[in-house]
Design a protein around this ligand. Structure first.
Ligand code: SAH
Length: 233
């Protein structure tokens, strides 16, 4: 193939990807996602860059996909629903627990001032960092640690997103939420099944609402689950 042909093919596939993203965005609207900012971020981030090449034809299916080490990137409707629930306006500092592929990190980075993302697997964190660098994401900072304890060094956070399941909302995370309107979103429940909860902090305490059933891979850690038995997201 000549250089020119290769370039045409690449542009063709870039156009095709762009169309697939638009179809996904239309689907997300039908599923009830209303935030134009969230939809625009999903329209912008190439999900195929965050999954194994062998699965790239499935990049825009509304399904979770494996990313290695038994982990998964969540399905787009869940990513959109969780992101929308954080009510980001662009000025926030956000803590993400469970960097995984870095896809959700990239979506968040479009919507706030700064993302701190914690991952317990060094290899996943390293790969995610390379992808984010490639895409020119400059406002996401990755660390390898047990994120169930949060990341006190940069607290308080305007938003905290747990992208793996928790038996309950850890006290450590609640204490790292900004007092005036900080929002935490994450899947809470049993190892097998959870519901998404959104907790808002105010001067007088916390209010909690439930967003619906879901099934996520577990967060393994001091305030999470204590073994490697797997779930799916
Ligand atoms: N947000 C990710 C999906 C992550 S799946 C994406 O968009 O691809 C959940 C991730 O949480 C997995 O990568 C898993 O390794 C990680 N994880 C599990 N326990 C953790 C812990 N205690 N602290 C940080 N990350 C954890």
């Amino acid at each position: 193939m000549s250089g020119e042909d290769a370039q045409h093919e690449q542009q063709g596939s870039a156009e095709h990807r762009c169309q697939e993203r638009m179809v996904l965005v239309a689907h997300l609207r039908r599923c009830g996602i209303e935030s134009e900012r969230v939809l625009a971020a999903i329209a912008r981030i190439p999900r195929e860059r965050f999954i194994p090449t062998a699965l790239s034809s499935q990049a825009y299916y509304d399904e979770p996909l494996p990313i290695g080490l038994g982990q998964t990137v969540s399905q787009p409707t869940i990513v959109a629903q969780m992101t929308e629930a954080l009510e980001l306006t662009g000025t926030e500092t956000v803590l993400e627990i469970g960097t995984g592929s870095g896809y959700q990190t990239a979506v968040l980075a479009c919507l706030c001032a700064k993302v701190i993302s914690i991952e317990r697997h060094e290899a996943l964190s390293r790969e995610a960092a390379a992808r984010l660098e490639d895409l020119g994401v400059r406002n996401a900072f990755l660390h390898v640690a047990d994120g169930t304890l949060g990341w006190p060094a940069e607290a308080p956070y305007d938003a905290i997103l747990a992208t793996g399941s928790l038996p309950d909302v850890p006290e450590a995370l609640l204490s790292q939420l900004a007092i005036n309107g900080g929002i935490l979103v994450g899947p809470v429940g049993s190892r097998a099944l959870q519901h998404l909860v959104a907790v808002r902090r105010s001067g007088v305490g916390y209010t909690r609402r439930t967003l619906g059933g879901c099934r996520f891979v577990p967060l393994i850690g001091k305030a999470g689950w204590d073994d490697e038995e797997s779930g799916a997201s």
